[in-house]
Ligand binder design. Structure first.
Ligand SMILES: *[C@@H]1O[C@H](CO)[C@@H](O)[C@H](O)[C@H]1NC(C)=O
Ligand SMILES: *[C@@H]1O[C@H](CO)[C@@H](O)[C@H](O)[C@H]1NC(C)=O
Length: 261
């Protein structure tokens, strides 16, 4: 083994000397020198092209970076909002965050006027002063509307009849649309389910109120279990007729889901 390595190194030693000598000899040849210089020139030219390409790519990267940063900052302005009825908080989903929480408020179940929609009234209101100047004549009296707190008219899980109804306004980043689908518990493909629950409205023979989706695991406002009425939340049942049965069922309660995309 030792002998083999020794003879190999001898071989490379002589070969090395041989090739150096050969090169030196060739460089003395003007024609060979000419072609060597030409090859070198070509190589330099090649590197010049590479350097220019590199510079161009560097510029392109800088432009891309700038465009990405612009897009990133403007994407912060996108988003969609929905109200989660019956909860103090927003769903624990990536990109969904609480804007504020409050208590459901709207028209009294029996009053014909007031607003038609239901509002999420914040827990920390900034009230107008008692003598807010509506008119230069303080003796003028005005008509006005009412707003009441919301009460459940059913019991579900931890929540019971007459508990007051909380709400949470939720913001979804990276979304531009939100919708409530009645009679569904899942969202169409590519939509993200925020929450599902049961469809509610006012009692059928009282004044009209809007249909709202109350979370299937409802929270309630602490120590609010008194029958004070106000904006009432009743479950909604389907009635067959112009509503096709099947797929609907007479007198069965309807589900609902809130989806974003
Ligand atoms: C939330 O989404 C962001 C952006 O898509 C991602 O980087 C992050 O890892 C996600 N976080 C969780 C907890 O899924
Ligand atoms: C649906 O239920 C209501 C209330 O009980 C009833 O009056 C009506 O006749 C029913 N309709 C059908 C198609 O069964």
């Amino acid at each position: 083994m030792k002998i083999t390595i020794f003879s190999l190194s001898l071989f490379w030693f002589f070969f090395g000397i041989g090739s150096t000598e050969e090169k030196r000899l060739l460089l003395n040849d003007p024609q060979q020198m000419q072609s060597e210089i030409h090859a070198l020139q070509q190589e330099v030219e090649h590197f010049r092209v590479l350097a220019a390409e590199f510079q161009a790519q560097k510029q392109e990267m800088a432009d891309l970076k700038q465009r990405f940063e612009l897009l990133e900052s403007s994407s912060k302005k996108y988003g969609s909002i929905y109200t989660r009825w019956g909860k103090h908080s927003c769903p624990k989903l990536n990109g969904t965050e609480l804007v504020y929480e409050g208590t459901a408020g709207g028209s009294h179940y029996s009053e014909k006027g007031n607003g038609a929609n239901t509002l999420c009234l914040p827990h920390d209101p900034e009230l107008l002063p008692d003598h807010f100047p509506l008119s230069s004549n303080p003796l003028t009296s005005f008509g006005f509307g009412h707003i009441y707190g919301g009460e459940y008219e059913f019991s579900l899980k931890n929540m019971a009849l007459n508990d007051d109804v909380p709400c949470a306004v939720c913001h979804v980043k990276m979304a531009t649309s939100s919708m409530m689908i009645p009679a569904k518990q899942s969202c169409p493909t590519r939509w993200i389910k925020q929450y599902s629950g049961i469809l509610t409205s006012n009692y059928y023979s009282y004044s009209k109120l809007e249909y709202l989706c109350v979370d299937e695991d409802p929270d309630f406002i602490e120590r609010s279990r008194q029958d004070e009425n106000g904006r009432l939340f009743y479950p909604v049942r389907g009635v067959c007729g112009s509503l096709s049965c099947p797929p609907y069922k007479n007198e069965s309660m309807l589900s609902c889901v809130v989806c974003t995309m």
